[in-house]
Design a protein around this ligand. Sequence first.
Ligand code: AMP
Ligand code: MG
Length: 491
Amino acid sequence: MIRIDFDHSYARELPDAWVAVAPDAPPAPALLYWNAELADELGIAAGQADADELARLFSGAELPQGAQAIAQAYAGHQFGGLSPSLGDGRALLLGEVIDSRGQRRDIALKGSGRTPFSRRGDGKAAAGPMLRELIIGEALAALGIPASRALAVAATGETVQRERPLPGAVLARVAASHLRVGTFQYFAIRGETDALRRVADYAIARHYPELAGRDDRYLALLQAIGERQADLIARWMHAGFIHGVMNTDNMAISGESLDFGPCAFMDAHHPDTVFSSIDHQGRYAYGNQPAIAQWNLARLAETLLPLIAPRDPAGAVPAATEVVEGFADRYRERWLAQARRKLGLEGEREEDLALARDWQTLLAAQGADHTLAWRHLADALEGRGEALAALFADPEALAPWLRQWQARLAPRTRPLADIAAALRRENPLYIARNHLVEEALAAASENGDMEPALRLLDVLRQPFAERAGLARYAQPAPPHIAAGYRTFCGT
Ligand code: AMP
Ligand code: MG
């Protein structure tokens, strides 16, 4: 029998922010994936448990001992429009555990059946999107990008009706917490200031404990959340990652990537890149992500006004506005700091921002593969520029920028080979390429064959070290596939 030391601080401290719901028992749970390494990190002693037991415990068939299944309440701006009551329509928090680093982490089910927040939805999830969340979460984590992760994926043996009938699955998801901008909005909209204050104090205690007890802690919370978001979005941008549905209910207070349903990594660098089938206007396009994060931060700021200045919320607007506007600078700083590492620049010079930006502009103008262009900088530095040049429609266009970059790297304080090696530790070779993800999802959900997904996960867990026999995993999708690529939320 598997043992999990659950705690329930969210349920205990925020009684207004959830309802108890039992998961649906799936007809034929079968384990598709178990993340043994993550289980270890969480202190879950699963040594004796077999696949059937794990499938039952993490599909809703049975609850692990000590779990308390609750649907969390939240609101959210979806594509700019406010929904006052979203909440977990197909997810249930089971509880929290303290991991091996002393961090509190949520364990939740996704796809476990209807809740009072389901509206017209069936409360279910298809296997494909849950496996996408698994693969992308692991890929992000391996790139050093904070993200929720999959502990388990279990097939339910049920068919869910989407555009066509699809096999159902439940994802067991681990996150630093599931507090979102939308959690704050839920209480702010209702004018429930005491409950809102409890949410804010809980968020501070859980994610920003250094702010506890400060008189200006709510403004400081806004600032701190903005800083973590700035760092996160800068990482997404450098990785070529597109979240796909940056609604305020999908922006985590912890600074983790959360609810990246229709997410994908782009191949050819272009700011307008959109993959989500429902994002018709390109609101959540690659290049819009920093501005959307700031927009979401502004929505969070609005909720905090009555806490920042209880007697005169409107009086808090200038200070809150300053924080929100400062996000642009925070983002630029984080992006530049990361760019310096990815370009191997030592020290800080005024012209670095222009150098890094020119590089991105060049990639966009040339339709170059984002990941490989960064990766092949190391080769170019070592005098083997062909692979990089081959990514450019007009290789001549590359020469002036390369000269500038090389000039910036001189005089060098370390050998060329060291700089190249450092670049290869910053610029990944293997990302979750869309055609590879699709291939893995199709094999798993159509034929129950997890082999391609497991192989892909294996590659993505070490994104930086080139390994023999994996050339296929480093290649972009063939143009005819890349051109029409679409992702779906799977809702
Ligand atoms: P998402 O954009 O996937 O984060 O979901 C937005 C909202 O829709 C959340 O409140 C979800 O719980 C809800 N939702 C999404 N899919 C379903 C579904 N199949 N059944 C019920 N609720 C859903
Ligand atoms: Mg969501």
